[in-house]
Design a protein around this ligand. Structure first.
Ligand code: PT1
Length: 259
């Protein structure tokens, strides 16, 4: 899964049209480099980020989804927590929902049930603005698993098919380095205890800085190592920025595993 930010970047704000067309070109490049799914987001959820309005988010992601849809048949995932954005994205051609808030927004479960598309529910403690202030768990793996079992029950009751649900422990979302490492280490039991496929997003994240002291542009090697390990641990999807590098690393180790 390739990451496409449909957010204006700070260094060159060429306006809405330029931002959207750059996102589309970037997305098409990722498809050439081996991405099977593109994840398009219009609201940053990194630590410290502020929420944006529904109108703002729609304005950012819908033109990108429409333009991409007209030029490629690659599956498009919409990275959002807002039911209005989920709905509009599906209508514009998205075929998967990725919600860092685990469908906890009012109405989100019903939109997904109605759309009958695959959905990734992610675990987050707190909210992006303040989630890294003081992450705290008695047993992080058990608590994250309990969260999923509860969410899956609510979703099943609304008519969402279990085989349409992926779970994501939310690396970097209200977790210390130790919490993140434990969750990555226990992907096999997360999978077994939820009965769902697992998605992992660790690409370029700050846990690599905590571990190795690396700036964002120095995090490729560790990102690849963690993506490879996640796949060998049974993750079905890895959400990454460096598509070709991840594709090559994962395909090479899978060839050995499957020989
Ligand atoms: C993720 C994810 C996501 N991550 C899913 N969706 C982000 N399903 C956005 C840091 O510590 O892991 N899974 N959507 C990006 N969020 C972050 C969080 C980016 C933490 C950076 C950090 O650096």
């Amino acid at each position: 899964m390739g990451v496409i930010n449909a957010t204006p970047d700070s260094f060159s704000d060429g306006g809405r049209f330029l931002n959207a067309s750059r996102a589309v070109e970037c997305a098409l490049d990722m498809v050439d480099r081996g991405a099977d799914i593109l994840d398009i987001g219009g609201e940053s959820t990194r630590p410290g980020a502020r929420a944006v309005s529904v109108a703002q988010e729609l304005d950012r992601v819908i033109p990108v989804i429409q333009a991409l849809r007209s030029r490629s048949s690659v599956p498009i995932s919409i990275d959002t927590s807002k039911p209005e954005v989920m709905n509009a994205a599906i209508n514009a051609g998205a075929s998967m929902i990725n919600d860092v808030n685990g469908l906890r927004s009012e109405g989100a479960v019903d939109v997904v049930a109605q759309a009958n598309v695959p959905v990734c529910i992610m675990h987050m403690q707190g909210e992006p603005q303040s989630m890294q202030a003081n992450p705290s768990y008695r047993n992080v793996v058990a608590e994250v698993e309990r969260f999923f079992v509860e969410r899956i029950a609510v979703m099943a009751k609304a008519g969402i098919a279990k085989n349409n649900i992926l779970v994501d422990p939310g690396i970097g979302f209200g977790k210390t380095l130790k919490h993140n490492l434990q969750l990555l280490n226990r992907v096999p039991e997360l999978r077994a205890n939820t009965g769902c496929d697992v998605l992992i997003g660790v690409s370029r994240k700050s846990l690599i800085d905590e571990l190795l002291v690396r700036t964002v542009d120095q995090r490729l090697s560790a990102s690849l190592g963690l993506a490879v390990q996640s796949v060998l641990n049974g993750a079905k999807i890895v959400r990454v920025h460096d598509v070709r590098e991840t594709y090559d690393a994962v395909r090479a180790v899978e060839a050995v595993r499957d020989s």
